[in-house]
Each structure stands twice: as structure tokens, then as C-alpha cells.
Design a protein around this ligand. Structure first.
Ligand code: SF4
Length: 198
């Protein structure tokens, strides 16, 4: 979390919260660091660049017809309270814009939900910063079986993503111990906080 000038949540913190809200509590409120080698699976599958991935990336990008684009754009908003670097901001002929994020992993349903919320937040940031309507976003999965996902954003998507940010802020700023925890107990097996978590 950025605490130097204002409080802004990062994509990694969103991922951690979606993995399990209590993970956010242990890491941020009790300052119990995770050991890098024990970090949960979502983060552990960290992205590795290689030649094949770059080829897949170019192949997927050509499927989207854009007017222009900006690459590796730092986006931050004190209003939305989120900051991060989106891989591309795409601009379309109809004056709309969209975020595009590359994921150097295989497509998986359970990961997709997490990636989708990050993308929605990037969409909100683009809307505020560029003052353009943002109706959809793209995720390119480029590891083995390249896949391009187009996600149409709804009003409810924006509300849901904003609520997630507010929940994370509650945990971090108010030391709120989340009653909500992961429903998937398999996650606890690899979690570095399993010995102190009830
Ligand atoms: S042990 Fe399970 S419930 Fe506790 S923080 Fe880790 S994932 Fe969440």
C-alpha cells in the first residue's frame, strides 16, 4: 500500500484480499511478512517472460482494432484509491478507451475473477484520468494456449470493485479483523499464516 502521500491500494493487495481477506489482515495489520518462497499459489505462479510469450502477445494484440494505444501506463487516483501500471491503454474510434492487461499464465476460471476485478479498477482509473467512457477491457493470457478475453463492464461490476477496495481499506486502516475468510480450505494448505489463523 502507498502511504507516502495518500492511501492507494495496489493490484497485488487486491489479489491478496481476494485470495483471502484474513491474509490482508495478517500481512498489513500484524506486520507478519510472508516468506517469499511460501507465498500463496496465485502469486507463486509468477510471470516469466520468454520468446514464445512475446510471440503470443503480438498475435493476440492484432485481434483488437484500435486507433492508438499507450504502453505501460502508471495510473493512480486518490478518489478511487487505487494505483497500478496497466500494460496498455487502448483508444477506439468511438472515443471510448479500454485497459488491456497481459497475464503470463494459463487461463483459469478461478484466476480470471481476480484478474477481472483488477481490470475493472484499471477501467475506472482510465475513465477518470482520460475522461473517456470505458465500457470494456481485455485480458490476454499468453503462456501456453494463448487466449484473449474481452470483458464488458457493467454498472454492478464498478460497484463491486469499489466495494472490494473499501473493504481492503477497512482492514488496513481500521485494523478490522475480517470475519469473512476463504471458503476454499485448500488455500489454507499453502498459506503462510495457517499456523496462526483460526
Ligand atoms: S490460513 Fe486460510 S483462512 Fe487463514 S489467512 Fe490463510 S487462507 Fe485465509
Amino acid at each position: 500500500m502507498d502511504t507516502e502521500t495518500s492511501i492507494m491500494i495496489t493490484p497485488t493487495e487486491i489479489m491478496e484480499y481476494l485470495f483471502c481477506p484474513r491474509f490482508t489482515y495478517f500481512f498489513n495489520c500484524l506486520n507478519i511478512s510472508q516468506h517469499e518462497e511460501m507465498r500463496f499459489k496465485v502469486i507463486k505462479g509468477r510471470e516469466i517472460h520468454n520468446k514464445k510469450i512475446i510471440t503470443n502477445r503480438d498475435y493476440l494484440r492484432k485481434k483488437i482494432k484500435t486507433e492508438s494505444k499507450e504502453i505501460s501506463v502508471y495510473l493512480a487516483s486518490q478518489k478511487i484509491k487505487v494505483r497500478g501500471i496497466v500494460d496498455e491503454v487502448l483508444f477506439f474510434r468511438d472515443n471510448t478507451a479500454s485497459p488491456l492487461d497481459y497475464k503470463y499464465t494459463d487461463y483459469k476460471d478461478y484466476l480470471f475473477e481476480t484478474h477481472k476485478i483488477q481490470l475493472i479498477l484499471y477501467g475506472m482509473l482510465i475513465n477518470e484520468i482520460y475522461n473517456k467512457p470505458v465500457k470494456k477491457g481485455y485480458i490476454c493470457y499468453v503462456k501456453n494456449n494463448p487466449k484473449l478475453k474481452e470483458i464488458i463492464f457493467s454498472v454492478n461490476d464498478f460497484i463491486f470493485a469499489k466495494n472490494i477496495v473499501n473493504e481492503i481499506l477497512d482492514v488496513i486502516l481500521k485494523n478490522y479483523y475480517p470475519m469473512k475468510k476463504t471458503k476454499n480450505l485448500n488455500k489454507c494448505i499453502d498459506c503462510c499464516y495457517k499456523n496462526i489463523c483460526d
